[in-house]
Design a protein around this ligand. Structure first.
Ligand SMILES: Cc1ncc(COP(=O)(O)O)c(C=O)c1O
Length: 425
């Protein structure tokens, strides 16, 4: 186990801090498990991104799916970000946080008619279409509403992003986007959709990408389509690169926004349109941790387990992607290390945060931090095993505040209790 710094989370002496706040103080006030975020890290990441692309006319649409807490959305909105919303629910959350319809783009591979209608009602900047079938539906709904829908086609550039197969989206075998020839055909015959204005072209090749080469390859392929569409007489107003920028979970050495800019800017500068980005994980991933408490220490002949009060329902990534999350103590105690599995109380063998990892020999009630949990953490949590979703706390400098409270058992019963007695809710 190496004590480590991630973003704003670092040791001061023997104690883990976020900014100027000792994490233990937060855990004592709000209990565990608890998600803790750093507003400072969110700001730093956002500003590194915008600075890297300052010479290119661009807009950042924060991918709300990575962390949909209202205060997190508001933080990015206040920095100037628009929102990439993947569902009507995300759109509602963004609106609740103060985001206007025309500051959002509506994405998602299977949008329902109600979601498309809601997007058009709110006047989103663009709806991203993922199939010809969907284009037909958008066209019909826009016609019924007496509107023209602004649409970008998500092209699948057939590029290998070299990431986990479950988060790779830009290969032709993936369910996402429209192939290059079909996209070209649609742009060419745009009059087939009289209630659609084709405003842009789009891609998103996957997530947790740590090399620039797949971006370069995909951007170049998409630019070919852009220019061919332009030669056909259709001028597109935006070119959307999607998200996907990787972060350090273990020992990865991901590229920086500057590194990405140096590789793709030459192509982007040739385009005569705005560049859109949809980063999620890059902005939020290392801006969050999950703090859990050691409940039990189990030693068998050849195995060692630490059972914590946090579980797979709180942070699913290790269970579904076998994802690495660094686990480190809130207090360093100069103890020898033990090779252990850090697991939760849920009735699944897949309920673990780490396996066979060297950690400081634990003590009962000790607090541990599961690092890099700011993206695809809380948003993927569930009530499995009828566990309540955990609170979220935002640290800003030397202050912290609750931004979501721990669910009560009333939350768990809300949708059913009245129906049990034959009453309507
Ligand atoms: C269309 C789209 N845009 C943006 C993102 C955000 O990706 P990331 O968090 O890797 O930046 C995703 C993630 O799945 C996505 O599907």
């Amino acid at each position: 186990m190496t004590p480590d710094s991630y973003g704003d989370f670092h040791y001061r002496g023997k104690k883990l801090f976020c900014g100027d706040v000792c994490i233990e103080d937060i855990a004592h006030q709000f209990g565990t498990p608890v998600y803790i975020y750093s507003a400072g890290h969110f700001r730093d990441q956002y500003s590194a991104f915008t600075k890297a692309f300052k010479k290119i006319p661009h807009r950042i649409f924060y991918a709300v799916k990575s962390n949909a807490n209202l205060s997190v959305i508001r933080e990015f909105h206040q920095l100037g970000a628009g929102m990439d919303v993947n569902s009507e629910g995300e759109m509602l959350r963004a609106m609740k946080a103060g985001v206007k319809g025309n500051e959002m783009i509506l994405t998602g591979v299977g949008k329902s008619a109600a979601e498309i209608r809601a997007g058009l009602e709110q006047g989103v900047t663009m709806i991203k279409a993922e199939s010809k079938d969907e284009l037909a539906l958008i066209d019909r709904i826009a016609g019924e509403m007496g509107l023209t829908a602004p649409v970008a086609i998500r092209v699948n550039p057939d590029v290998n992003p070299r990431t986990h197969p479950y988060i790779s989206t830009g290969l032709s075998e993936n369910k996402f986007g429209i192939s290059k020839p079909l996209a070209l055909n649609i742009y060419k015959n745009y009059q087939e959709f009289p209630n659609i204005r084709f405003t842009g072209i789009d891609m998103h090749i996957g997530s947790q990408i740590t090399a620039t080469a797949p971006f370069k390859e995909a951007v170049d392929k998409l630019a070919e389509v852009y220019f061919e569409v332009k030669r056909g007489g259709l001028h597109l107003e935006h070119f959307d690169i999607g998200g996907g920028i990787g972060i350090r979970y273990e020992d990865e050495t991901p590229f920086t926004p500057d590194g990405l800019a140096s590789v793709i800017s030459p192509t982007l500068k040739e385009l005569d349109c705005d560049i859109f980005f949809e980063p999620g994980r890059y902005l939020t991933g290392n801006g969050g941790i999950l703090v859990v408490k050691v409940l039990y220490i189990k030693e068998a002949e050849d195995k060692h387990f630490i059972v914590t009060d946090g579980a797979m329902n709180d942070l699913l990534r290790p269970s579904i992607y076998d994802a690495y999350h660094h686990v480190q103590p809130l207090t360093l105690r100069d103890q020898p290390e033990v090779v252990t599995d850090v697991v939760g109380p849920v009735c699944e063998s897949g309920d673990f945060f780490t396996r066979k990892r060297a950690l400081q020999t634990p003590e009962h009630n000790e607090l541990l931090a599961v690092m890099s949990a700011g993206a695809y953490g809380m948003v993927m949590s569930s009530n499995y095993n009828a566990r309540r979703r955990v609170p979220e706390v935002m640290v800003d400098g030397n202050k912290f505040r609750l931004i979501r409270s721990r669910e009560t058992y009333d939350h768990l019963l809300y949708d059913e209790a009245d129906l049990l007695n034959g009453n309507s809710i």
